[in-house]
Ligand binder design. Structure first.
Ligand SMILES: Nc1ncnc2c1ncn2[C@@H]1O[C@H](COP(=O)(O)OP(=O)(O)OP(=O)(O)O)[C@@H](O)[C@H]1O
Length: 252
């Protein structure tokens, strides 16, 4: 399975935000997308999911398992989103509802998408929490997001994203809001899930340190396009584009 973005263009009210993005994410690999603020990393992720801001127009191809997602009717895209492609955001509050128990958030998703009974969904929810290393998973199901630390909340958001067994996970700055001590654990978790489940992970981050820790492939974006792409060590150790070099030189 390959997840391929070809010539993705996005225009918002006459301004071209993405100017032909090309990206290939392989199963079992973490593909890091780097680039300074405003380069279009987040817009690329949102375009894939059909979650662009009002008034945005997208063209190009976003291909998963032989289908072009950009061409799908809203109803079918809704099914792809959550089922085949899931997203994790910088702030877990974006994906978690504050008023619903962790168990409810995990199981509702699964019950509607996978058609499981209440008991089956509950069992799978506890398994998912164990997979993302939440201590005491059965008890954790009865608790609410605010009862967990930021790092644990991000783990729960990852569990929610994985609930329907997606093939592709888009993680947009998943560790940026977390303490440095907690970041490494989340990155290790994502890497482990990628290997264990054969996920294709698109990891959006402005942090080249994060990139070098877990990415297999790296693409560097600038002003709405990918300027350089390749295996991590090649891009980070022997960059061919001057912009990548300047990003690396800017590292403390
Ligand atoms: N709702 C919107 N309407 C118009 N332009 C927008 C809108 N949202 C974002 N943009 C523009 O789209 C461009 C790309 O933004 P995007 O958020 O994808 O960048 P990014 O690389 O993810 O940066 P950051 O790391 O700051 O999130 C920016 O120039 C931004 O100003």
């Amino acid at each position: 399975m390959t997840f391929t973005i070809t010539e993705l263009r996005v225009t918002i009210r006459g301004t071209e935000i993405l100017r032909g993005v090309d990206l290939d994410v392989q199963k079992g690999q973490v593909h890091g997308v780097a680039g300074e603020s405003g380069s279009g990393k987040t817009m690329t992720g949102l375009a894939v999911l059909g979650l662009l801001p009002h008034g945005a127009v997208a063209s190009g191809r976003v291909e998963l398992a032989g289908r072009d997602l950009l061409g799908l009717p809203d109803k079918d895209l809704g099914r792809v989103r959550g089922n085949e492609i899931a997203m994790v955001f910088q702030d877990p509050a974006t994906s978690l509802h504050p008023m619903l128990s962790v168990g409810r958030q995990l199981t509702e998703h699964m019950r509607s998408h996978l058609g499981l009974s209440r008991a089956e969904a509950r069992e799978r929810a506890a398994e998912l929490l164990a997979k993302v290393r939440i201590p005491g998973p059965a008890e954790a199901l009865t608790r609410y997001p605010h009862q967990f630390s930021g790092g644990m909340r991000q783990r729960i958001a990852i569990a929610v994203a994985l609930a329907c067994d997606p093939q592709v996970l888009i993680a947009d700055e998943p560790t940026t809001a977390l303490d440095v001590t907690v970041q490494a654990g989340i990155l290790r978790l994502l890497r482990g899930l990628c290997d264990e489940l054969g996920l294709a992970i698109m990891l959006i981050t402005h942090d080249l340190g994060v990139m070098s820790a877990i990415a297999d492939e790296v693409s560097v974006m600038r002003s709405g396009a990918v300027v350089e792409s390749g295996p991590r060590d090649t891009v980070l150790r022997a960059p061919s584009h001057p912009y990548t070099r300047s990003l690396l030189e800017a590292l403390p």
